[in-house]
Design a protein around this ligand. Structure first.
Ligand code: ADP
Ligand code: MG
Length: 342
């Protein structure tokens, strides 16, 4: 049997690629409307996100698949420029959106400036404060917070049945998912900014002959932010509403890294819904005349697949075969959807 044939028939032996329990997982957990595929770069997160979105849309669900990755991977897979354009309709029931993170950060800086101007009745932002805004915005925590804020907006404003968040590679994803922490840092920064503002308060008050600055306004702002954090982190760590799947491939280093990451995710209480093993070379090829490198890869994968079964066992939801070409365009996405959802 060739790779294509295996992919097409979806032969299901315990290790055979092309049989998964994903459809069952979705059917038995209809409330899990926030779907994420995590894993190291290049393993298949965007591919599975697009295929899942496609399948759900075909089931009649309204789906948004979105990403904040500046690598513009959704544009690649859907072969359509969607970057920074808001939700773009792909097929019936399916929209894709790539968030322009830089623009959000700029808008976010502008918002801070405006708040300072309003709060202190100033005509323009003092240079020191401007420097501070610039410096703070360059920091990863601030940047990720601005990005995450736009994710929260998407999830709060949209009226989709499913939200599929095409994540950036694991390290970053962890950062988003540990948002409670990220936001704590962010609030610390705002509090710090507020303390700095106290120094300017006197100057500002003198300039505008204002005696008091509205403290309640600042506190109100912080409470509003905290409310958003809580609702966001509740969604993402909520077993009832979130499905988080790890994508792995049968390779030693990938499995080691994934185990470490899974432990971290568990610390942040992110409920891991299961593992998908991608790019499995069909073992049937071994019986054919194939080059040595391919034969060796099959042997190598067999060892890792044994390890996967031993360590992840029942948490493995399925195996997806190595395809003859990369996955771009709707016909290939549909093909992967067929492999994932049967
Ligand atoms: N089963 C597969 N067979 C062949 N190519 C695949 C398969 N899964 C993913 N790919 C290809 O591998 C590359 C990386 O996949 P991608 O989904 O972009 O990974 P990630 O989003 O995790 O970085 C892409 O070119 C994709 O088309
Ligand atoms: Mg990707």
């Amino acid at each position: 049997m060739t790779i294509q044939q295996v992919a097409a028939t979806g032969t299901a032996t315990p290790s055979a690629a092309g049989s998964t329990q994903l459809a069952g997982v979705f059917a038995s957990h209809p409330d899990r409307r926030y779907v994420m595929f995590g894993g190291k770069g290049g393993l298949g997160k965007t591919t599975f996100s697009a295929a899942t979105a496609f399948w759900l849309a075909q089931q009649g669900k309204r789906v948004l698949v979105f990403s904040v990755d500046p690598q513009a991977s959704l544009s690649d897979i859907f072969q359509q420029d969607i970057f920074g354009k808001g939700p773009v309709k792909i097929i019936d029931n399916l929209w894709a959106q790539e968030i322009d993170a830089d623009r959000h950060i700029k808008e976010y800086q502008q918002e801070i400036r405006q708040k300072i101007l309003d709060m202190y009745g100033l005509e323009e932002v003092p240079q020191e404060i401007e420097d501070y805004i610039q410096a703070a915005s360059a920091e990863p925590a601030m940047e990720e917070s601005a990005i995450f804020d736009s994710v929260v907006d998407i999830v709060n404003q949209g009226d989709y049945d499913y939200y599929i968040y095409d994540l950036v590679p694991l390290g970053h994803a962890l950062y988003y998912l540990s948002m409670a922490k990220v936001y704590d840092e962010w609030i610390a920064k705002i509090t710090h900014l507020r303390e700095e503002m106290r120094e300017y308060e006197e100057v500002a008050a003198r300039m505008k002959r204002q005696k008091e600055v509205d403290e309640d306004q600042i506190l109100g702002e912080l409470q509003y932010i905290r409310g958003r954090i809580n609702s966001a982190s509740r969604i993402l760590t909520d077993k009832e509403r979130t499905a988080f799947f790890f994508v792995v491939i049968p390779e030693r280093m990938i499995l080691i890294d994934t185990k470490k990451a899974a432990e971290l995710f568990a610390k942040f209480d992110v409920p891991i819904g299961g593992y998908l093993v991608n790019r499995v070379i069909p073992e049937d090829l071994e019986g054919q005349s194939i080059p040595a490198y391919l034969r060796n890869r099959i042997v190598m994968q067999r060892g890792e697949l044994d390890e996967i079964r031993r360590t992840l066992g029942p948490h493995v939801l399925g195996y997806i075969p190595e395809l003859e070409r990369d996955v771009t365009g709707l016909p290939m996405i549909e093909r992967v959807a067929g492999l994932l959802y049967g």
